[in-house]
Design a protein around this ligand. Structure first.
Ligand code: MOS
Length: 741
């Protein structure tokens, strides 16, 4: 091995997942798989009306059933401080249903818990519960709720409305204008692993094994809700089988598991049944988005208006921020956006992969395609002519923006030049062929995070941060970052996460884990390495004794003089003589650069579809995405992340639709048989490419998050391709054959 190869960093390489073998061998322990002695099982009872009060719950039969240990209802559940609302802190501290009163705000709301020795016994006993209600008039009609739509207080910390320039004048100036309404239905996250919690009390100490995107968030929310000290709560979550935002907040079942465990004096496991995943743990809200665009004959935008109405519950004002990215995505002097809430008797919506950007980009990017059609301009050319050099919404430069390169690379790989100029003009047998494209974007977020390193005399480096791995590769990329920062091989690193006792890290949401946690990991490792160097320099037995510390490198587990690499010793030898562990901790947080720059990832997504000329059957033939997301920490997991995002975007375009029974507010397709998600055969081929991007401002590693950008723009690219194939514009997701024939 030559010296250059030896020095090549591990970070960026397509390293296999360090937890891959554990997972394929079934040895990765997910929340519901922790086997605790004497564990009891809980089953949730949920409301069967959308609004009203519970007048009576008869639990006599259930209590007498075999194995039953306890039944909690609003009539006997322990009272919590502030009626269980002590941790309510929108948008992430949710208004929960903790059996503190008899009110029902949606169908499927938790109203009781049956706890038994076995899951079967709890399930059977739950069937014996009798519930009587005094139903009240429920609001279930979106159109009606829209009549009294109201603005949320904030939209991701921003005002719900924005305005710049003179919109009316901009519309008058336009040689072409477009007014169109786009809608997206309720969508559900449906991670493979359902929400699951095991709660175990040991005296006043509570340990929660929970499938969550935020161990320290659950710890804080749980402690506040129960009225105990945060030091009394430990949250453990080494693996998550998908979250997508639904596990970013602590929901009712987590606290109910803790209450149940306290009630029966045993650990209690509570796993949501798949149908229970369709009401009480959030959804992407239904949106109606009104777009108005004006442009000069050359395509230059003169006006852009984006008004959003989204559903929310009677419990919270949770808003899907669909028009936020519209404020900055294109150069347009006259622009207005608004967000409004339509309140219904449904469960509270929540963060769903690219909340806002996923739904908002469907509307905006379809509208641009429609405008391009009117102007007889190539849709990609229209976007280039409106490329935003600055973020006009914040009046700041971008820390980096390589969108032009994404358009170019994506178009070239996809073969955009082959796009039929006339809609419906190209056929392949009975199939009409169409191509469409859209812009992808997501903010490059970063939050405060901490990490610590312990170098053991045995030669193992234990690197820890209380982050989470949603299945996306946190374990792996942090191992890579630590290996490079310590100058050790990745096999020498053991990265630990998913435990609230570790140094705190932010929610694994907002695509920010890499950008937040990696700098802390790197800083802690640099600090540990500096300690190693100091030890060597001070140690008379070291060949590096008395050498200048800044001249000493750590390369592949060896400390050596930069100018004289043969002079040095292994980290192992040094630690062995030292005889005790070397530890370092670092805290890392964003600084002033966030005030100076606007930080976003960008991309371009291209789709080719085939539509059956007679039957309207749509086949997604291929998807191509080109992304500029700063430095990649792992080319393989990054590819997988974006592939997952593109697949979900295709799913949003063609399949997903949470359907409510308008009479009772129940989700009628609350199962994976009828809530359609794609299978491999639905997806066609996927091509993903990256534009090299150097961003010195986002964080010390220059990495932008990639968890969410992959889903953005996809539904629009597919919708635009369907238009190109058929000449039919479908503005309501999902795009299904009935809308085409
Ligand atoms: Mo993501 S929707 O911020 O978990």
């Amino acid at each position: 091995m030559n010296n250059e190869q030896r020095l090549a960093p591990v970070t960026g390489q397509p390293m296999n997942r360090v937890d891959g073998a554990l997972k394929v061998c079934g040895r990765a322990t997910y929340a519901a798989e922790f086997a605790l002695p004497r564990m009891a099982h809980a089953v949730l009872l949920t409301s069967t009306i959308p609004a009203g009060r519970i007048t009576r719950m008869d639990s006599q039969a259930a209590r007498g059933a075999p194995g039953v240990l306890a039944v909690l209802t609003p009539f006997n559940a322990p009272r919590l401080p502030q009626h269980g609302k002590a941790a309510v802190e929108p948008p992430s501290g949710r208004m929960l249903s903790l059996l503190q009163d008899d009110s029902v705000a949606y169908n499927g709301q938790p109203i009781g818990v049956v706890i038994a020795q076995t899951l079967e016994q709890a399930t059977a006993a739950a069937q014996l519960m009798e519930v009587a209600y005094a139903a009240s008039a429920a609001r279930l009609d979106f159109e009606q709720a829209k009549q009294t739509a109201y603005p949320p207080e904030k939209v991701n910390g921003q005002p719900p409305d924005s305005r710049r320039g003179d919109l009316a004048a901009g519309m008058r100036e336009g040689a072409a204008t477009l007014h169109a309404r786009y809608t997206t239905p309720i969508e559900y996250h449906n991670p493979m692993e359902p929400h699951a919690t095991i709660a175990a009390w040991n005296g006043g100490q509570l340990t929660v094994y929970d499938s969550t995107q935020y161990v320290s968030g659950v710890k804080k929310s749980m402690a506040k809700t129960l009225g105990i000290d945060a030091s009394q709560v430990t949250v453990v979550c080494p693996f998550v089988g998908g979250g997508f935002g639904s596990k970013g907040s602590m929901w009712s079942h987590v606290v109910l598991a803790a209450l149940a465990a306290r009630e029966v004096g045993r650990p209690v496991k509570l796993v949501l049944q798949r149908p229970q995943m369709f009401a009480m743990v959030g959804h992407r809200p239904r949106t109606q988005q009104q777009l108005a665009l004006g442009a000069l004959a050359d395509g230059q935008l003169t006006a852009l208006e984006h008004d959003v109405v989204a559903d929310t519950s009677f419990l919270e004002n949770w808003i899907e921020p669909s028009a936020l990215s519209t404020r900055m995505l294109y150069a347009c002097p006259n622009l207005a956006t608004s967000h409004r809430l339509a309140r219904l008797n449904i469960g509270t919506p929540t963060f769903a992969r690219a909340p806002g950007e996923a739904s908002g980009s469907f509307a905006l990017e379809c509208a641009l395609d429609e405008l391009a059609q009117r102007l007889k301009l190539d849709p990609l050319e229209l976007r280039l002519r409106n490329h935003a050099e600055r973020d006009a919404s914040k009046d700041k430069p971008f820390s980096s923006k390589s969108l032009r390169q994404c358009y170019q690379l994506g178009a070239q790989r996809f073969g955009w030049a082959q796009r039929p100029a006339e809609p419906g003009s190209v056929s392949d047998g009975r199939w009409r062929v169409g191509m469409g494209m859209a812009t992808a974007t997501y903010p490059a977020n970063r939050s405060k995070a901490a990490a610590q390193v312990t170098l053991l005399p045995s030669g193992l480096a234990i690197v820890q941060s209380g982050s989470q791995d949603l299945g996306t590769g946190t374990y792996t990329v942090m191992t890579q970052v630590a290996a490079d920062a310590l100058g050790l091989r990745p096999e020498r690193i053991r990265f630990e996460l998913g435990d609230s006792r570790l140094p705190p890290a932010p929610v694994s949401g907002g695509s920010q884990s890499v950008a937040s946690v990696a700098p802390a990991v790197q800083a802690a490792c640099f600090a540990a390495r500096a300690q190693l160097v100091a030890l060597a320099v001070a140690d008379k037995a070291s060949p590096l004794h008395g050498q200048p510390p800044e001249q000493i490198d750590t390369v592949q587990g060896r400390l050596q003089l930069r100018q004289q690499p043969e002079r040095g010793e292994t980290v192992d030898a040094l630690l062995k003589r030292h005889g005790q562990p070397v530890t370092a901790r670092a805290d890392s947080e964003p600084g002033k650069e966030r005030e100076t720059y606007s930080m976003h990832s960008f991309g371009a997504v291209f789709a080719e579809v085939r539509v059956d000329a007679d039957l309207g059957v749509i086949r997604l033939h291929r998807l191509s995405g080109a992304y500029a997301v700063g430095k990649l920490l792992n080319a393989k997991t990054a590819h997988s992340q974006l592939m997952g995002g593109l697949v979900w975007g295709a799913s949003m375009a063609l399949f997903e639709h949470g359907q409510r029974d308008e009479r009772n507010g129940r989700i009628v397709n609350a199962n994976l048989g009828e809530y359609h998600v794609p299978v491999n055969a639905d997806i066609g081929s996927i091509d993903i490419a990256f534009v090299d991007e150097d961003d010195p401002h986002v964080n010390p590693l220059g990495a932008k998050g990639i968890g969410e950008i992959g889903i953005t723009g996809v539904a629009a690219a597919i919708g635009n391709a369907v238009f190109n194939a058929t000449g039919k514009r479908i503005r309501d997701l999902p795009i299904t054959l009935d809308k085409l024939i």
